[in-house]
Structure formats: C-alpha cells, structure tokens
Design a protein around this ligand. Structure first.
Ligand code: ADP
Length: 588
C-alpha cells in the first residue's frame, strides 16, 4: 500500500474527531510556548545579575513568568494529551466498526473463509497497537518538532552565530542516524512479519489444541510454536544488534552541543562581539534544543508503526462488497431459476459451467454428485454468498441481485452442519431466528424441532447458557437447536446442507422429524450426502464437474444415469455394512 493511501485512510478514520485533533495540536503548541517561558525568564534574570541591576521586584516578576510558563506547559500538555487520547480511542472505535461493517457487506463466502484467529488478531490487537502512537504522536510529536524550532528561533534572536554554533552536532550525528535508518522500512516490515507470524502460530496452536492432543502432535506443534517465538526473538535481537552502535553514537554526539557553543562563544566573548549572558544562555538553550530533537527518532518509530498497522488492516479487509440495493421487492412466488450460471472462485477456473435449472415453488429438490462437483457452491450462490460470474439467479422472477440482502435472508434459510451457538441462553439462541418471537413461539419451535426433551433435562432448562450447556449437548442436539431457529424464522425457501454424520440412530430419527417440520410447505433444496434421505425428492439433480449431468426422480435417475445408479449401489452397500456393523455391536 502506498504511503499516501495509508495516511489518507488514517485521516479518513480521523474525520469525525477532526475538531478535537486540531484543538489537541493547538494545546500542544501552547504548551511548547509555555515551556520556553522559563528559558526567557532565566535569560533576563542572568542579564539583570550581569548588569548589576537585579532588584527583588524584577526577580520576583521573572520568577512569576517562569512559574506561569511552567503552569501553561503542564496544563496545556494535559489538555492536549487528553484530547489526543479521546481522539485515538474514537479512531479505534471507528476502525473496528468499519471492519465489522465491511465483514457484513462482503460476500459471505469470503467472510467465512477468513480465519477467526486472524480477524481477531487484527480487530483487537493490530488496531490496539495504533492507540499509543496515535495518542502520543500529536502532543509529543509537536513538542519534539516545534520545541527545538522555537528554541532555535529564540537563540537566533539572542545571537544567530551562537544559534548556528549550537547546531554543530546535528550534521555530525546525522551520519550514524542515517546509517541506522537506511533500510529501516525493510527491517521494520521484517520485524512486523515475524511478530504477526508468531501471533498466528500462537492462535493456531491454541485453536487446534484439540486436534494436537487427539493425534498426539504435541511435539511437532510445539516445535512450530517454539520456532516462531525464537524467530521473533532473533529478528528483534538482530535488529537491535545492527543498530545499537549507531543509536549510541548518535545519541552521544547529538547532545554534545557545547562542542560548538563553548569554543565559538569563548572566541566571540574574547573578541567582544558577545556578552556573557548571551553565551551562558546559548549554552543552556542548546542543551535543551537537541534533547528534544533526539525524541524525534522515537516519533518516527511511532508514525511507522501506525502506517504498518493501518496498511495491514487495509490489506486484509481489501475485499469487495456485494453490490446492494436498498429497496425491498415484493416476492410473490418462491420458485428458483438458474439461467446459464457460471461461477469461478478464483477468476481462473470455473467451478460451475453454464448451469440452468428450475426449482419449482413448494417442491423438494436435491442435489447429489461426487465430492467437489459443485453442489455446495450452487446452493451458496442461491443464498448469495457470492455473486455469479455469469448468468443469473431469480426467486419468483426477481433477480437476487435486486433483492436487498436483509430481505433475501428473510426469504432463504441456509441450514448447514455448522451449528453455531452464540453464548447466550438456549432460549435466545433459538429466538435469533425471529427476534420478535414471543417465548411461547420459541417453545413451539423447539418442540417441533425435537429439542424440548433434552433442553428440559438441562439444569436451567431454556435459560441455560449455550456456552455452559454446549459441552453437554451432542452434535445432533446442537443441530436440532439450529433447526428450531430456522423453524422460527419460517423462511419460504430452505436450503439444507445435510449432515454427513450423525452421532446415533436415535438422533438421526429426531433430526429427520425436525427437518420434516421445518420443510413443511416450503421450497426445499437439499445438498444430499446420503441418498436414502432424498429418495422421495420431486427432482434430483446430479451435479458432476460443475454441470447438471442428469435430473429426474429417483426411479428415473436409476434408469437413465449410470453414475447415479453406481452411487445408489454404493450407498445401499454402505448402509447394509453399517447395519451389520451396528447389529454386531449390539450382539457383542
Ligand atoms: P461439493 O459440494 O460438490 O463437494 P463444492 O461446491 O464444495 O463441491 O466445490 C466445488 C469446487 O470448488 C471444488 O473444486 C472446490 O475445491 C472448490 N471450492 C469450494 N469452495 C471454495 C472456496 N471457498 N475457494 C476456492 N475454491 C473452492
């Protein structure tokens, strides 16, 4: 990402708190002005003493100027820092909201493909790293930049030759600092990459701990974790080692301003072209001047870290948005038509090729076919997880691109095997299907989805938290809760990604009953993995290699499609085998 792009997006995030930021800068400048006052006062007190004209009144006056200056410095620095912190947190809030908004508007397929660990790491950690630099860059940056300039200006007023003499170490120190900053961008990126890699590996390690333990992979997994941590340590140390000599040299040379002011001041004093108070003051000021210049290096680091974080946030969330319409369309019928639909995930290979089909209203259709043939892709396109590459999909004659996403979500329920429960009560988890539903309606849906019995057995019944109860629920029971949610939602079109495995026959029977309730009087499309469940479908679509190879009823398909017959035979064989294996278990 280009620098301008990054700065542009920081500014765009900062827009709502522009006023506060400007005020923070103004206060920082006033604070800097306040911090100069003690120097001015000290200079005048010195002049008074050298001139032998010091009176207690004049000294008290300059002492008050000094105290007032100090007070202004402290108070305005505090106001500036407070404002910059408020702005920084506002910017973080805006960034986090924008990311969430982006995730909502992005094609669902892409959002689902993002790793939860990575999203969390960016939304929480990466965004947070911006806070400290952002909150400190303004007051401290202003001080680090404006203070030396102001001091230099004041020195010029006293004597411009002394002012120039005080800068003698600046070009000298630029040599080591220059060497240190050469290749800074590259090293900084390497450091951040290593940091990110370590973060990802830690998240992966924690998220995958179940698999790691189950497959006894603790040694290899731990090895990867250890290597990431070590590599981060090495990168950081290497960076430090390659720069510490130059940093030390620079930080020793830069503040040694007396090297210039002392000999030149002495010469000027001896030749009578400068007074003692001027030279003393120049010595004092020059020391203050460069110490704040040194802080500029830190300031540089902070800007860099903001740039890096914003650019990496932008890169990760540089995902297209689904074009949206806002006006709802009346949808009177719920038949689905695909016309010449071609789709590619990557833009290179097509996964679906020129697919045209019709799913009549209130019919039961099933898609079957070899794994990887495109069944799930086809179903997801109907729910608009992505947009088709070519061709169109209509519901009741309306192109789904012309239906607002929220309306489409009301029209289509996509019930998958991933039965995600939110960490709220079971009651609220089901109510997600229709937030306006009364308790009685939730209970009715749960009963229809065969959930009543097992929920009743939980200690707090419907009020049990899904997180606490989650561990006690079987996969089938969790799935029935999500079916209850879909029953409550009552969408006219149901797309069902049939579960590949059930925990036990009792669960399977109950799930089938729940599904029967869910799909009563609906337009139903099932992505079938076990053919016995779709034997009664009105129409079976055999999808192979991204094309509809054949379609018809079960009987017709057995007649005309050798691939379907083969799949059916394999399924029957597997079923017999599983029944035999099951009875053996019972007998044993
Ligand atoms: P099926 O459901 O019939 O098993 P899919 O629709 O899941 O088939 O997959 C069809 C093809 O698309 C496969 O080659 C698969 O590798 C590819 N595919 C599926 N999902 C994605 C994705 N998110 N990104 C890229 N390719 C994908």
């Amino acid at each position: 990402m280009k620098k301008n792009g990054v700065m542009g997006s920081i500014l765009s995030y900062a827009k709502p708190c522009k006023g506060k930021l400007l005020l923070s800068i103004a206060c920082a400048l006033i604070s800097v002005a306040g911090s100069i006052a003690p120097f001015v006062a000290a200079y005048h007190v010195m002049v008074l003493f050298f001139d032998n004209s010091a009176t207690s009144g004049a000294i008290i006056y300059w002492s008050l100027v000094c105290a007032l200056g100090f007070l202004i410095k402290v108070v305005f620095h505090a106001i500036s820092t407070t404002l910059s912190h408020v702005s920084a947190y506002t910017i973080l809030e805006i960034m986090r909201k924008k990311i969430a908004d982006k995730l909502l508007k992005a094609p669902l397929g892409i959002t689902q493909g993002l790793s939860a660990g990575k999203v969390k790491s960016i939304v929480v950690d990466q965004v947070e790293t911006i806070e400290i630099p952002l909150a400190h860059v303004i007051p401290e940056g202003a001080a680090a930049l404006v203070l030396p300039l102001a001091v230099f200006g004041y020195l010029c007023v006293i004597d411009f030759r002394l002012a120039l003499a005080s800068l003698i170490t600046v070009p000298l120190s630029m040599i080591p600092y220059g060497i240190m900053l050469g290749g800074y961008n590259k090293t900084y990126s390497k450091y951040m990459e290593s940091n990110e890699h370590m973060n990802n590996v830690v998240v992966e390690y924690v998220e995958g701990i179940e698999v790691v333990k189950a497959f006894n992979q603790s040694t290899t997994s731990y090895e990867k974790y250890r290597r990431a941590v070590e590599s981060f340590k090495k990168t950081t140390l290497d960076w430090y080692k390659s720069t510490w000599k130059y940093t030390t040299l620079g930080s020793v040379i830069l503040p040694s301003t007396l090297l210039g002011v002392l000999p030149i001041g002495t010469l000027m004093y001896l030749s009578g072209s400068a007074t003692l108070p001027d030279i003393t003051m120049a010595m004092l000021l020059s020391m203050g001047l460069v110490s704040s210049l040194g802080r500029f290096i830190l300031f540089f680091n902070q800007i860099k870290s903001i740039q890096y974080s914003v650019s990496s946030i932008n890169k990760t969330f540089d995902i297209g948005e689904l074009p949206q319409v806002s006006r709802e369309r009346p949808i009177k019928k719920h038949d689905i038509r695909l016309e010449h639909v071609t789709f590619s995930y990557t833009g290179k290979e097509d996964v679906l090729h020129d697919v045209s089909l019709t799913i009549p209203e209130n019919s039961f259709s099933a898609v079957v076919g070899p794994s990887g043939g495109g069944k799930s892709t086809l179903a997801r396109l109907i729910a608009r997880f992505w947009d088709t590459t070519k061709g169109s999909i209509t519901i009741g004659g309306v192109n789904i691109k012309d239906i607002p996403l929220t309306q489409l979500a009301d029209e289509v329920s996509f019930v998958t095997q991933d039965n995600f429960l939110f960490n709220c009560s079971i009651m609220e988890n089901i109510r997600l299907g229709n937030p306006k539903a009364a308790d009685a309606q939730v209970l009715e849906a749960a009963r229809k989805a065969q959930c009543d019995e097992f929920i009743g057995k939980l200690e707090k019944g419907y009020q049990s938290m899904a997180g606490e109860a989650g561990d006690k629920l079987s996969g089938g029971e969790r799935q029935r809760i999500t079916i209850a949610r879909a029953i409550l939602k009552n969408a006219p079109i149901i797309i069902l990604d049939e579960a590949t495995s059930f925990t036990d026959p009792e669960n399977e029977a109950k799930i089938q009953e729940a599904i029967a309730e869910l799909t009563k009087g609906k337009t139903l499309l099932v992505i079938a993995h076990r053919l016995s469940t779709i034997k009664n479908a009105d129409n079976i679509l055999l999808i192979n290699q991204g094309k509809v190879e054949q379609s018809g009823t079960h009987e017709a398909m057995l007649q005309k499609s050798p691939l379907y017959s083969e799949m059916w035979q394999a399924h029957i064989g597997a079923k017999k085998w599983s029944v035999r294996a099951g009875s053996k278990e019972v007998l044993a």
